[in-house]
Design a protein around this ligand. Structure first.
Ligand SMILES: Cc1cc2nc3c(=O)[nH]c(=O)nc-3n(C[C@H](O)[C@H](O)[C@H](O)COP(=O)(O)OP(=O)(O)OC[C@H]3O[C@@H](n4cnc5c(N)ncnc54)[C@H](O)[C@@H]3O)c2cc1C
Length: 562
């Protein structure tokens, strides 16, 4: 038992778990990271990072048998031959869909930090106030001012590129040099700004090193080369991942132990001691069970897996899941609505081009219901757009001089716009454990019951109307609506189920992500989210994690957690 004793245990090594590990190790705690997937070492385990299409058996396409066997993951745009090894196959990790839900996962050291799209916007004060003001979910127990210093803290370390705009709806952070809009994007920005008082258009903020500082070089990372092959793992460490950044930093302290292939089954609640003492695991390969113990435990298995682990942590004291006296564990799950997109064309600028494969888009912070309820739906959406020239090879003549010339010049400009809609956490959107079906490690399958509602349809309609109007005013032509009709989940921003709040009857975590009823357990991944905002969520998970570790270690020193 002694060799299985640590100061802290972190479950999961993805974006939030990597941060928990770094912070705990740097504060001197002997920390065990339990990760269900295989080990992935930065650079060494990125087999395709420099591969050309012709070096891949299917030229970077997914073969038909894989598509048929794994329909869910195949719907993810980033799942290709060069990245498939970092995604979970549906056939290997089944779950139950009460309603269609695309659950996209990355089970390995680094989790989804290897395959995320790296867009990072802070929440604003309006997002934290939203549920209370508009009367949905429960009030966040924190406000923007509580998280702002922690946003700065993680941004400096991660390296976020962005422009300083002074917007209260999308606060500035600690930025590296911003990426640049191309000429058509700038033209659209100019015309939208001239047409509306309530709409801001800025270049996206993302976790890419445009100008690495000492803090990034010390991590062994270098400048982003704008190759747009990030999902393979970056040979330059140009984007942020646990593997390139937080985990190696944690390891340097000498306090880190990572145990890959460790499927966490549940937390151990000692009824006599009246507290959580550790974690039960099943070895992924040998299927042997073992137990690890620690004074404090951080759950960072990603939103829905953290729900699963807590629901499966049954004891005499907590027969319905750890900390679940209120019965709300697994409920109020929410996500982002990505269904709507708009395509258009732009005439002119035929003598202009752009350089590199910029890893971000143009962003328009939410302009609906921001400061007060104005629409016939709750909350709003962030809008993104990009403009680009159609690829070379657009000739519509079959041969000759014209064919050669058309194939050696880029085609006309097209514009793509998409929405990221906030969804409202509802009790009916929930996850539970299957009463009779288990996975090969003896853990009940997760049963997911999550769907859109009328509010989401109204937001979609508003996005189409406003998007079309804005693109028309911006001079676009041939404007076409698109509805992917994609299921919830494919946004890969699932959140909630273990939400933060002020009252143990209506929430599971307090304002420091600490379980109301199990004070040495902290949940700092997406499961903790009380509402979703319209921003990409991971930078908020990182900030909340660093903040929670700071609090936990101070509480341990005071003797309040042991
Ligand atoms: C294609 C794609 C694009 C995305 N784009 C963006 C974006 O632009 N911006 C943004 O903010 N977010 C984006 N995301 C979402 C982002 O990846 C997640 O929000 C983020 O990774 C969540 O961090 P996490 O630590 O909660 O989970 P993860 O990074 O998924 O890590 C969880 C880890 O826990 C492990 N684990 C799970 N269950 C267990 C268990 N029982 N025992 C032990 N270990 C376990 C997993 O194997 C995994 O390693 C994107 C995701 C994808 C796939």
């Amino acid at each position: 038992m002694k060799s299985n004793q640590f100061d802290a245990i972190v479950v999961g090594s993805g974006i939030s778990g990597g941060w928990a590990a770094k912070e705990l190790c740097e504060k001197g705690l002997k920390t065990l990271v339990l990760e269900r997937g295989r080990d992935v070492q930065h650079l060494k385990d990125y087999p395709t990072m420099t591969a050309a299409p012709w070096e891949m058996p299917h030229r970077n396409r997914i073969p038909l048998d894989d598509k048929l066997e794994n329909p869910v993951v195949n719907r993810c745009y980033a799942y290709k031959e060069d990245t498939a090894h970092f995604f979970v196959k549906d056939s290997e990790h089944p779950y139950i869909q009460d309603k269609p839900f695309d659950w996209v996962r990355g089970y390995q050291v680094g989790g989804k930090s290897l395959i995320w799209a790296r867009q990072t916007q802070r929440w604003s004060k309006y997002d934290f106030e939203g549920p209370d003001r508009d009367g949905f979910a429960v009030d966040w127990p924190i406000r923007y001012e509580d998280v702002a210093p922690w946003y700065s803290y993680v941004e400096r370390f991660v390296g976020i590129s962005g422009s300083y705009e002074g917007l209260d709806t999308l606060p500035d952070g600690e930025f590296l040099k911003a990426w640049e809009m191309n000429c058509v994007e700038k033209e659209i920005q100019k015309r939208i700004k001239a047409s509306y008082n309530d709409r801001n258009v800025i270049i996206g903020r993302c976790a890419h090193l445009t100008e690495p500082k000492d803090v990034h070089l010390a991590q062994g990372r270098g400048q982003c080369m704008a190759r747009n092959q990030c999902y393979r793992g970056c040979p330059f460490g140009g984007y942020f991942s646990s593997n390139s950044s937080t985990l190696p930093t944690a390891a340097k302290t000498g306090n880190l132990t990572v145990r890959p292939d460790s499927v966490v089954h549940s937390l151990i609640y000692d009824d006599q001691k009246g507290k959580v003492t550790g974690v039960r695991i099943v070895d992924r390969i040998t299927k042997e069970s073992s137990e690890y113990f620690a004074d404090v435990i951080f759950l960072n298995a990603s939103a829905l897996n953290t729900n699963l682990i807590l629901l499966n942590s049954i004891s005499k004291r907590f027969p319905n899941g750890l900390g679940n006296d209120s019965g709300i564990l697994g409920k109020y799950v929410a996500f982002h609505n990505y269904r709507g997109s708009i395509n258009a064309n732009y005439e002119g600028f035929m003598d202009e081009y752009y350089f590199g494969r910029r890893p971000t888009a143009v962003m328009m912070p939410n302009f609906r219901n921001v400061k007060k309820q104005e629409m016939d739906f709750l909350r709003g959406y962030m809008t993104f757009y990009t403009a680009g020239r159609a690829g070379f090879g657009h000739a519509d003549v079959p041969f000759g001089q014209d064919f050669k010339e058309a194939n050696s010049t880029p085609g006309p400009w097209s514009v793509y716009m998409m929405m990221q809609g906030e969804t409202i956490p509802k009790e009916s959107n929930h996850v539970t454990l299957s009463p009779d079906q288990k996975d090969e490690w003896g853990i009940p399958l997760l049963q997911i019951s999550v769907a859109y509602d009328e509010n989401d349809e109204k937001i979609l309609t508003d996005f189409y109307e406003q998007g079309e109007e804005m693109l028309t005013k911006a001079g676009c032509i041939n404007i076409r609506r698109g509805d992917s009709k994609q299921s919830p989940g494919l946004d890969i921003h699932e959140m909630g189920g273990v939400r933060m709040g002020r009252d143990p009857d209506t929430s599971l975590l307090n304002g420091f992500n600490q379980m109301h009823l199990a004070p040495n357990v902290f949940v700092t991944d997406g499961a903790c989210m009380t509402s979703t905002g319209t921003q990409n969520p991971s930078i908020t998970y990182m900030a909340l994690t660093a903040r929670a570790v700071d609090y936990a270690v101070k509480e341990m020193k005071k003797g309040n957690i042991s």
